[in-house]
Write a protein that binds this ligand. Structure first.
Ligand SMILES: Cc1ncc(COP(=O)(O)O)c(C=O)c1O
Length: 378
């Protein structure tokens, strides 16, 4: 289907990129495993496909659906969120400069620090909520402002429209990692961002069983063409089965994310009132520094939150160990609730407080989750 802006996100999630197969009438899409496609007698490719790494029907359906969900012109799918991040950054040239939040996802900082700055990109980390600090960091060579809102795992909120203005005034693009908010809660392209990045591994896949990523462009143009070329040339592409799983997950995205947001707010309020908790990081709390921006920019506050436990690292580890319904595992966005001691998985240079636990709120009843946290904190 083509984008119809009058449709709600729940409807788009169900119908985007979905058409019964012309040959069979199959309503659920087939998984096209073929790596190769027949050429025409004259050597052409009139059916649009030649080799799986370049394009294939399963990836095409996912890309169409993601573009519709984000209100973009086109999307490119990758084998992980990290591959999507690395590839959009590789559309920049040596000597070009990126501004990023100091608390961007740890892996995003690893991509910059360990992989791309050695290849000649320049990076400055700033407190992205401090617009004066962002303006001060802009250089003549700045070509990208990277936004992650809310951020992982500190749940800080950035003002997308304000950052877009700063980026565009300086001749840069604004790229927003929308993994935590999802298109259900936040529409960065409508706020003026040029590209949206997703780890579809999280809420879009939604069941902790598929790794994937995507870049969605507000407009097609030279940079998106370059990205397409790098997707094909560097080859960090998802398998057809992974595309099918991500698309299947996306069909229920809106319902899952809304339920998880509602439950997360209840959990955040419970934790904020608990004497053993020294801080709760969740933009839905009125006390959160980013609450006003989040309330304007988002239609819900998401299913991820983090909190700090009085007593330091050992006390935090002990709380995680006592949880019964929350599984101790990394990642987020699945149907099951997770709890994670974040600093110890991030590794060298982590800036995450050692007493912090990150919680991915799943689809269990919130009262059961609160009861579990209550006994774990007792
Ligand atoms: C905000 C954010 N962006 C990108 C990624 C990278 O995704 P992946 O693990 O699929 O590479 C993650 C992973 O946790 C993330 O939290």
């Amino acid at each position: 289907m083509s984008e119809d802006s009058s449709l709600h996100i729940e409807t788009l999630a169900v119908h985007a990129g979905a058409t019964p197969e012309p040959a069979t009438g199959a309503v659920s899409p087939s998984i096209h495993l073929s790596t190769i496609f027949e050429r025409d007698a004259d050597g052409g490719y009139s059916r649009g496909y030649s080799y799986q790494r370049k394009a294939n029907p399963s990836r095409g359906s996912l890309e169409t659906a993601l573009a519709v969900m984000e209100g973009g012109a086109a999307a490119a799918a990758f084998s992980s969120g990290s591959a999507a991040t690395a590839t959009i950054m590789q559309t920049l040239a040596r000597g070009e400069h990126v501004i990023l939040p100091g608390d961007a996802y740890y892996g995003t900082r690893v991509i910059l620090n360990d992989c791309l700055t050695p290849w000649g990109l320049e990076a400055t980390y700033v407190e992205i909520g401090d617009l004066d600090a962002v303006r001060a960091a802009v250089r003549p060579s700045t070509r990208m402002i990277w936004v992650e809102t809310p951020s992982n795992p500190m749940l800080k909120v950035a003002d997308i429209a304000a950052l877009v203005d700063i980026a565009h005034a300086g001749g840069a693009i604004c790229v927003c990692d929308n993994t935590l908010a999802t298109p259900v809660l936040s529409r960065p392209l409508s706020d003026g961002a040029d590209f949206v990045v997703h780890a579809t591994t999280k809420y879009i896949g939604g069941h902790s069983d598929v790794l994937g990523g995507a870049v969605i462009a507000r407009e097609e143009g030279a940079r998106f063409e370059r990205l397409r070329h790098l997707q094909h040339a560097l080859g960090a592409v998802p398998s057809p089965f992974d595309c099918w799983l991500a698309l299947r997950g996306m069909r229920t995205l809106a319902l899952r994310v809304r339920a998880q947001s509602t439950s997360a707010l209840e959990l955040a309020r419970f934790l904020a009132s608990h004497p053993k908790v020294s801080a709760v990081h969740y933009p839905g709390l009125e006390s959160a520094s980013g609450h006003a921006v989040a309330a304007r920019q988002m239609s819900g506050f998401g299913g991820l939150l983090s909190f700090q436990v009085r007593g330091g690292e050992a006390a935090a580890m002990a709380v995680a160990a006592r949880c019964r319904l929350f599984t101790r595992a990394t990642s987020f966005g699945g149907s099951e609730s997770l709890i994670e001691h974040r600093a110890s998985i991030e590794g060298p240079g982590t800036t995450t407080p050692v007493d912090l636990l990150r919680v991915s709120v799943g689809l269990e009843h919130p009262s059961d989750l609160i009861a579990d946290l209550k006994q774990a904190l007792a």
